[in-house]
Design a binder for this molecule. Structure first.
Ligand code: TRP
Length: 328
C-alpha cells in the first residue's frame, strides 16, 4: 500500500454521471493502492443546508448505494459517516485555534459561495470554518493524499497549511497530504452547461433506460445542422462530446459522418442513448440489490464508522499529547 487516502462527499442523494466520472471512478481505482477512507460528510452539508435537514438520512443512503453499486468495496475501503466519528469535531475545534482568520477569509471557494448563494450577512460561523473541518477529516486519518476535483484544491491547500502549522507549533504528528486531482474530462449537462442537479440538466447513474433515452434526445446539438444533409460541427455539439467520452469505438466515425452530412442528429442521439444505457446496465442491477437491502448499506456505514473511530481516537490522543493538553 502506498499510504492513506481520505475523501468525502456531502450527502446529496442520487449521484449523476458527472460525479461518477469526476470522483467515483478515481476512488474505485485508488482502493487497490491505498488504505482508503471515504466519508459521508454530513456536517459539511449543514454549513449551507442547516435549514433543510429532513432528507439527510435518505440522501446519505441513496448516495452510498451509488458508491457501492459503482464499485466502492467495503471490504477494501472504510466507509464512514462524519458525525459518527465525533473526533473530527474535536480536532476541528483544536485546529480552529491555530488557523489564522485571514487564511479562511481569503479562500476563493468561500467567496464564490457567498456570491452564488447570496449569503453576505447570513454567512454562518460554520461555513467560514468549512476548510478547517475538511482539514480535520483529512488529517485525523494521517492521510497522505486527497483525491478531489479541481474546485476543491484551495481547500486541500489550506488543509496542508494547517497541518504544517500544527507540526511546527507542536510535534510533527501529521503527514502533509498531497492533492490528487482527477484527470477525467468534465461531462457537460444535457444543455451544455455544467452538469448539476439544480439546473435539471443531469443524467443520474440510476436513471432508467427510458429516462436516459429521453434526456439524450433532448440534448443540444449544432444549431447550424438542421437537416440530415447539413454538415455538422461536432466541436460545438453536446452529443458528440458524450460520444467522445462514452463511445470510444465509434466516435471517430461519428465525427467524420457528421461533418460529411451522412449522419443525422436523431440517429446520432439514438446511438448514444444505446451506449449510455449499456454502460450503466450492471450498475442498475447492483443498485437494485442494495435498494432491496438498504439495511445492509446502513450496517456497512456503522461498521466503517466504528473502524474509523479507532484510528481517529488514536490520532487525537497524539494531538492532545503534542499540545500538552492530555494532562496524563
Ligand atoms: N468539500 C468536499 C466537497 O464538497 C467534501 C469534503 C469534505 C472532502 N471533507 C473532505 C473532500 C475531505 C476531500 C477530503 O466535495
Amino acid at each position: 500500500m502506498k499510504g492513506v487516502i481520505f475523501s468525502g462527499m456531502r450527502p446529496t442523494g442520487k449521484l449523476h454521471i458527472g460525479n461518477y466520472y469526476g470522483a467515483l471512478t478515481n476512488w474505485i481505482q485508488l482502493q487497490n493502492e491505498y488504505k482508503c477512507y471515504y466519508g459521508v460528510v454530513d456536517w459539511h452539508a449543514l454549513t449551507t443546508g442547516y435549514d433543510n435537514t429532513s432528507m439527510m438520512k435518505e440522501n446519505m443512503i441513496e448516495m452510498v448505494i451509488d458508491w457501492l453499486s459503482a464499485g466502492i468495496d467495503p471490504d477494501k475501503s472504510t466507509l464512514l459517516i462524519q458525525s459518527h466519528v465525533p473526533e473530527h469535531a474535536e480536532l476541528h475545534l483544536l485546529l480552529s485555534m491555530i488557523t489564522p482568520l485571514a487564511w479562511l477569509e481569503r479562500n476563493p471557494v468561500l467567496k464564490e459561495q457567498v456570491r452564488d448563494l447570496n449569503l453576505k450577512e447570513n454567512m454562518g460561523y460554520g461555513l467560514l470554518g468549512y476548510p478547517v473541518l475538511m482539514a480535520s477529516d483529512i488529517l485525523i486519518y494521517k492521510s497522505n493524499a486527497v483525491p478531489v476535483g479541481e474546485d476543491q484544491s484551495p481547500h486541500v491547500e489550506l488543509a496542508r497549511e494547517i497541518g504544517r502549522r500544527f507540526n511546527n507549533l507542536y510535534n510533527p504528528v501529521f503527514p502533509i497530504p498531497k492533492l490528487k486531482l482527477s484527470h477525467t474530462p468534465r461531462i457537460p449537462g444535457t444543455d451544455g452547461r455544467k452538469m448539476s442537479k439544480s439546473l435539471k440538466n443531469d443524467i443520474t447513474l440510476s436513471d432508467k433506460p427510458e429516462d436516459i433515452k429521453n434526456k439524450v434526445l433532448s440534448m443540444i446539438t449544432d444549431p447550424r445542422k438542421i437537416r440530415l444533409a447539413d454538415p455538422g460541427h461536432p466541436e460545438v455539439c453536446v452529443v458528440y462530446k458524450y460520444h467522445e467520452i462514452f463511445n470510444k469505438k465509434e466516435f471517430q466515425n461519428i465525427e467524420r459522418d457528421c461533418r460529411k452530412a451522412k449522419l443525422g442528429c436523431v440517429a446520432c442521439k439514438k446511438r448514444l442513448a444505446d451506449v449510455l444505457i449499456q454502460s450503466f446496465q450492471s450498475f442498475r442491477e447492483k443498485r437494485n440489490y442494495y435498494e432491496r437491502n438498504s439495511q445492509l448499506v446502513w450496517d456497512i456505514l456503522m461498521k466503517g464508522s466504528e473502524e474509523a473511530r479507532k484510528v481517529a481516537k488514536k490520532t487525537l490522543s497524539e494531538v492532545r499529547k503534542a499540545m500538552k493538553i492530555d494532562y496524563a
